[in-house]
Design a protein around this ligand. Structure first.
Ligand SMILES: [Zn+2]
Length: 208
């Protein structure tokens, strides 16, 4: 049996706080730090050659993603996906800078998997795409949109929250920490291999 992936789906800070599992899965939420994280962040390259990977990525390419912050276009987003964080780990996400309170938009249609808080990400939302091949992580939110709830169906461009600095984001640098991970074999989505969303943005951040 393969060891579970110890990918850190984290925000911009120094320690890992694992996120709860996808609602339908039986595993209880884990609140303890993952001991393997610092040693072995796992990138998507580790799953190259896995049969479902190319199919999934091709489907994402066909759908494309909407830039998840209102008023932002892809060319404004610096590629910080491979940036080092705290020496030991890799970001595996994009930071999209915007004024505090700027609407955060759903990057694709799909489902709200989880609305929660954690030490690094602050106020966070996990969503899944319609095929449930991918999970999207939106962190450092000032707040979530009113009435949003787990299991809710959402459409691309829906306002799901607002840019902020919750969690470990610098208080003078409001931004959205946006991560895309592939959901693999029904494992906890937060453990899925990440991929850089930047090449998949085909639409500017426009509210529906
Ligand atoms: Zn970040």
């Amino acid at each position: 049996m393969a060891l579970p992936l110890l990918l850190a789906v984290v925000s911009c800070g120094p320690a890992l706080k694992p996120l709860p599992p996808m609602a339908p899965l039986p595993e209880p939420p884990s609140e303890s730090p993952s001991p393997g994280y610092a040693a072995a962040p796992v990138g998507d390259r580790n799953t190259a050659g896995e049969p479902g990977r190319e199919v999934a990525i091709e489907s994402l390419r066909e759908r494309g993603l909407l830039v998840p912050v209102k008023g932002i276009v892809a060319s404004q987003i610096p590629d910080s996906y491979d940036a080092a964080r705290d020496g030991a780990r890799v970001h595996y996400a994009l930071d999209i800078l915007a004024k505090r309170g700027t609407p955060v938009l759903a990057a694709d249609d799909g489902t709200i998997l989880h609305i929660g808080t954690n030490a690094l990400g602050g106020n966070v939302i996990w969503t899944a795409d319609p095929s449930r091949r991918f999970a999207f992580y939106y962190a450092h939110l000032d707040r979530c949109a009113k009435g949003l709830h787990d299991g809710q169906q959402i459409s691309r461009g829906d306002v799901i929250g607002y840019v902020g600095t919750s969690g470990n984001a610098p208080k003078d640098t409001p931004h959205l920490h946006f991560q895309v991970v592939r959901i693999v074999n029904g494992k906890r989505y937060s453990d899925g291999p990440p991929l850089n969303p930047l090449p998949f943005f085909t639409q500017a951040g426009i509210t529906r």
